[in-house]
Design a binder for this molecule. Structure first.
Ligand code: ARG
Ligand code: ZN
Length: 427
């Protein structure tokens, strides 16, 4: 009996291996005319089970990154040749890149002593020299809120489908009637730089409070660093998938798991640019707010919406600062204000290291994609300034952004966030 158990354990651990991407290539293709743009859009919408669009077909002459499995490489190349789409290999072997990226993952934390933080001295923080899985992020949140109880509180506002905590951080010096900024990260599991920035933002506001007390004295910050915790953990898991995007709830009647939370919000939901098929990587969930995680984010935002002036949802990659709308190419009535703040924020960002960001409405800069949290935050929750920020890079590494870029990415984005905070203080 004992032996059987041991054998069973060995067998399961042998089976538990991460999804591999041997021989997968990422092509950069450039649609030169309407027909080739239509071919790519059709591939995106109808063959998203085969082709993983890391960026989406947007416009003529705007390049698109597509991951192609080895078995489809020649089919894909033939298709590109037939429709005279320029193509080049951008990443020759995705598996090799994932394996190279393993060195960038923080070691799991093994706590030897009980937690004993005194106020003002966190015993554990993150260093942003590597990417941290959810348990380390939660440890960081617990340590920081224990060390700075007058600045920061962490509340579990609900549990994900798999029972992971949905954490809400409030950074505030107290008082009532202050304007607020709401920030979330990690809606798409594989976009690791997003929680890496959002956790760093918490650190900067709290541990570096004395350098710029005005941003916390005058503003309440509501921050949810990882709003798709199941997906995020799955990208780190030994039996997971580094390139997972969606939630992890099974879809009845389908072998495919998960919903794209950023197609699941209930403002002009399912009005284009999302998939109705559970196997699609942009599956909209079948009904708005089908996912417990999007429900929790919705309810949390609504609970602070009256004081909240700005909503920032942090993604990667592409270096974009996007405004609503994502469901239509129409512009919001107050687009001039949204654009003006975005331009000033991005100017400061670029001034630090020269990194370029593109500004515009999601639909006009990228593509139609309805059900986004940004559209809902503005149209549904009434938050005037709503932005999607797509962090580094522009596809050299894509989701596998080397950890050496975390700190520079964060420093330049903080320049932009300071501009936003200054504006909120004047609102
Ligand atoms: N890359 C993001 C996505 O595809 C962009 C979202 C922009 N917002 C929007 N409502 N479409 O989800
Ligand atoms: Zn994203």
């Amino acid at each position: 009996m004992k032996l059987f158990l041991v054998l069973a354990l060995v067998a399961t651990s042998a089976l538990a291996s991460q999804r591999r991407y041997d021989g997968y290539q990422v092509f950069e293709v450039n649609p030169k005319n309407k027909v080739s743009l239509e071919v790519l859009t059709k591939l995106r919408n109808e063959r998203s089970d085969v082709y993983d669009f890391w960026t989406d077909p947007r416009n003529i002459n705007l390049p698109v990154d597509i991951m192609v499995p080895p078995a489809f490489a020649s089919t894909f190349i033939n298709l590109m040749r037939t429709f005279e789409v320029d193509y080049k290999v951008k990443i020759a072997d995705v598996e090799a890149m994932i394996e190279a990226g393993r060195k960038d993952i923080a070691k799991p934390i093994i706590r030897k002593e009980p937690r004993l933080s005194r106020a003002g001295t966190p015993r554990y923080s993150l260093n942003w020299e590597s990417y941290s899985d959810l348990p380390a992020i939660e440890e960081f949140l617990a340590e920081l809120s224990a060390a700075y109880p007058n600045l920061m509180t962490t509340t579990v506002v609900g549990q994900s489908y798999e029972g992971n905590n949905m954490n809400l951080v409030k950074i505030s010096t107290g008082g009532t009637g202050k304007k607020a900024i709401f920030v979330d990260g990690g809606i798409h599991a594989r976009e690791w730089i997003s929680p890496a920035y959002v956790t760093w933002l918490i650190h900067e506001l709290v541990e570096n409070y004395a350098a710029h007390p005005q941003y916390v004295d005058n503003i309440d910050w509501y921050i949810m660093p990882v709003i798709n915790p199941d997906g995020y953990r799955y990208t780190f898991a030994a039996n997971g998938d580094r390139l997972w995007r969606k939630t992890r709830k099974p879809n009845p009647g389908s072998p495919c798991i998960g919903t794209d939370m950023n197609r699941n919000f209930g403002f002009h939901w399912d009005e284009g640019g999302s998939s109705d098929l559970p196997c699609g990587d942009t599956y909209n969930g079948g009904v708005a707010f089908s996912e417990i995680e999007s429900q929790i984010v919705r309810d949390t935002i609504l609970s602070v919406a009256p004081q909240t002036m700005v909503y920032l949802t942090v993604h990667s990659y592409g270096q974009y600062w996007l405004t609503p709308w994502g469901y239509t190419s129409d512009y919001p009535a107050d687009y001039d204000q949204l654009y003006d703040l975005a331009v000033r924020a991005v100017d400061k960002l670029t001034a630090l290291y020269g990194t370029q960001y593109t500004i515009g409405t999601s639909t006009n800069v990228l593509y139609v994609a309805s059900g986004g949290s940004d559209d809902w935050a503005k149209g549904g929750a009434g938050i005037p300034y709503s932005y999607t920020v797509e962090l580094r890079d522009t596809g050299r590494y894509g989701f596998e952004l080397p950890a050496t870029e975390i700190l520079p990415n964060n420093a330049e984005m903080w320049e932009a966030f300071k501009v936003v905070a200054e504006d909120v203080m004047a609102m």
